[in-house]
Design a protein around this ligand. Structure first.
Ligand code: GAP
Length: 436
C-alpha cells in the first residue's frame, strides 16, 4: 500500500485532500493521471453495462433527495454501523471490526469499551438558510433510490419491457465511523450501480447471470482471479433490504475486504415507495395486462475501490537492463490494460534541438486528436522512460537524429520494452492497431 500511495503522490495520481492546510483525514483528491484513470474506468463501465445493452438505460440523478425517500427506503432507521467508545481515550470504533476484550488499539488502555450503539451513517445537511428539522436533507448513501423513485418515469417514457435495468454513476456519502486504508473507505466516494427489474419467479436465474457478468467485468479490469473471493453473506448480516447477497471480496494488502456487491433486493424498495408515496408504481405487462411490482437484482461497483484494485494489480517491479552491458536496475511499471491507461502514448524527442522537437511535436499534435498523449522533452531519455513506465503508458515514441533523414521513429513497448523502428507516416496506423 505504501508503494501505491507514494507512487500516486509522486506521479500525480492521487493527492491527500486539503493538503495545504494539513489535510482532511481520509479525504483524497485525484490528480491529472488519477482523474483520467478513474474516468476511463467509469466510461468503460457505462459503455459495457449501459450503451452496449438494449436492456439497460442510464440516469444521472441529484445527490440530494427528499428526506421521505430515506424514510421509505429504511435508511434513516436501519442504515447504521455498531459503534463502541474506548472508556480511556474516547476514540470510537466499529464494534464489528475490533475485539472489545483486548486493550484499546489507540491508547493501549484496558478501561474497556462502552456498550455498542447503532450509529446512523447518513450524512446530514440543511437546505436553505434555516437550520431546523423542516429543512434537513441527506446526501445519498447509495444511488439505488434514484433508480427506484424514477422507475415510474422510466416505464412511462422508455418503452422497456421486463427484464430491464436502470443504471447510474456518481457520488455517495456515508458518515463512516472508521474511514481509512487510502481510498478504500472514505466518507465521500464514487459508485456505479444498477437495479435490474425482473419477475419474482426468475430471480435466481438473473442473480446467477449477473454474478457471471460481474466476473467478466473483473477480468476486463485486469483483476487476477486468485485475488478474488465470492462470499455468501449469511442471514442476519445482510443489508436490511436484501434476501441474498454475495460480496465480491479482494485480497488487499490490508486484508480480504469488499470490492463489489450483488444483492437480491426483492420488491422491498418499490413496495415501500408505493406505500409511502401513495403512487402506483406497478409495472403493466403489455401482453397479459397483469399489474405487479417487479423484483430487483442489484450489482454494485465502488469506483474508488475499482481504481485501488486496478492499481494494485497493475503494479509491477522488474529487473530491467541498464545502458551498461550486463547490468540491471529495478523498474517499476504499471501494467494497466491498454483501455485503462491514463496516457496512451508519449512523444519523446531525444534532445531539445529544434530539428527533433519540431518532428516530435507535429506527430504529437496529430495523434493527440485521437489518443490521450503526452509530449515530454525534459531530462534524460532513461528518466522519461521510467516516468512513462510508472504511469503505465503503453507506448513511447522517440525521435532521434536519424529520424531527420530516414523519416522513422522508435516505438517502445511498455511491457516488453521491445523497440520497433517504424516510418513516421505509419505511426498513426501502428497505434490504431495496438490501442484498440
Ligand atoms: N446500493 C447498494 C450499496 O450501496 P454497499 O455494499 O453498501 O451497497 C456499494 O456499497 C459499494 O460501494 C461497495 O461494494 C464498495 O465498493 C463501495 N463503498 C461502500 N462504502 C464505501 C466507502 N466508505 N468508501 C469507498 N467505497 C465504498
Amino acid at each position: 500500500m505504501e508503494k501505491i500511495i507514494s507512487l500516486s503522490k509522486r506521479r500525480g495520481f492521487i493527492f491527500p485532500g486539503s493538503e495545504l492546510y494539513g489535510g482532511l483525514a481520509n479525504a483524497w483528491d485525484y490528480g491529472p493521471l488519477g482523474a483520467q484513470l478513474k474516468k476511463n474506468i467509469k466510461d468503460e463501465w457505462w459503455r459495457w453495462f449501459v450503451e452496449r445493452r438494449a436492456d439497460m438505460v442510464g440516469i444521472d440523478a441529484a445527490l440530494l433527495m427528499n428526506s421521505k425517500v430515506w424514510e421509505a427506503s429504511g435508511h434513516l432507521k436501519e442504515f447504521s454501523d455498531p459503534l463502541v467508545e474506548c472508556k480511556g481515550c474516547h476514540n470510537r470504533f466499529r464494534a464489528d471490526q475490533i475485539d472489545v476484550g483486548v486493550p484499546c488499539a489507540v491508547c493501549g488502555g484496558s478501561k474497556g469499551f462502552t456498550e455498542k450503539v447503532n450509529f446512523n451513517l447518513m450524512l446530514k445537511t440543511y437546505l436553505g438558510p434555516a437550520e431546523d428539522s423542516a429543512h434537513v436533507a441527506y446526501f445519498r448513501p447509495e444511488l439505488a433510490q434514484a433508480m427506484f423513485v424514477n422507475f415510474k418515469n422510466i416505464i412511462e417514457t422508455m418503452r422497456k419491457r421486463l427484464p430491464f435495468g436502470i443504471a447510474s454513476q456518481g457520488k455517495a456519502f456515508r458518515n463512516e465511523i472508521t474511514p481509512g486504508n487510502f481510498i478504500f473507505r472514505t466518507r465521500e466516494f464514487d459508485l456505479m450501480e444498477f437495479e435490474y427489474f425482473i419477475r419474482e419467479s426468475e430471480w435466481e436465474k438473473h442473480f446467477e447471470y449477473w454474478l457471471s457478468e460481474m466476473k467478466h467485468w473483473l477480468k476486463h479490469l485486469g483483476i487476477n482471479e486468485k485475488n478474488l473471493r465470492f462470499v455468501e453473506i449469511p442471514d442476519g448480516e445482510r443489508a436490511h433490504y436484501s434476501k441474498r447477497t454475495i460480496d465480491v471480496e479482494y485480497l488487499y494488502p490490508f486484508g480480504q475486504k469488499e470490492l463489489y456487491g450483488l444483492a437480491y433486493r426483492t420488491d422491498f424498495d418499490l413496495k415501500n415507495h408505493m406505500e409511502k408515496s401513495g403512487e402506483d408504481v406497478r409495472y403493466l405487462d403489455p401482453e397479459t395486462q397483469e399489474k405487479f411490482l417487479p423484483h430487483v437484482i442489484e450489482p454494485t461497483f465502488g469506483l474508488d475501490r475499482s481504481v485501488l484494485a486496478a492499481m494494485l494489480e497493475a503494479y509491477n517491479e522488474e529487473d530491467a537492463p541498464t545502458a551498461e552491458e550486463g547490468e540491471t536496475e529495478k523498474r517499476v511499471v504499471m501494467k494497466f490494460p491498454i483501455w485503462m491507461a491514463p496516457i496512451k502514448v508519449a512523444f519523446l524527442p531525444l534532445s531539445k534541438k529544434e530539428e527533433l522537437t519540431r518532428i516530435a511535436k507535429s506527430i504529437y499534435e496529430e495523434i493527440s486528436k485521437v489518443y490521450v498523449s503526452e509530449y515530454d522533452e525534459t531530462q534524460s531519455i532513461g528518466r522519461r522512460y521510467r516516468r512513462q513506465d510508472e504511469i503505465g503508458t503503453p507506448f513511447c515514441v522517440t525521435v532521434d537524429f536519424d529520424s531527420i533523414n530516414d523519416k522513422k521513429v522508435t516505438v517502445r513497448n511498455r511491457d516488453t520494452m521491445k523497440q520497433d523502428r517504424i516510418p513516421i507516416a505509419d505511426v498513426s496506423s501502428f497505434l490504431k492497431e495496438k490501442l484498440i
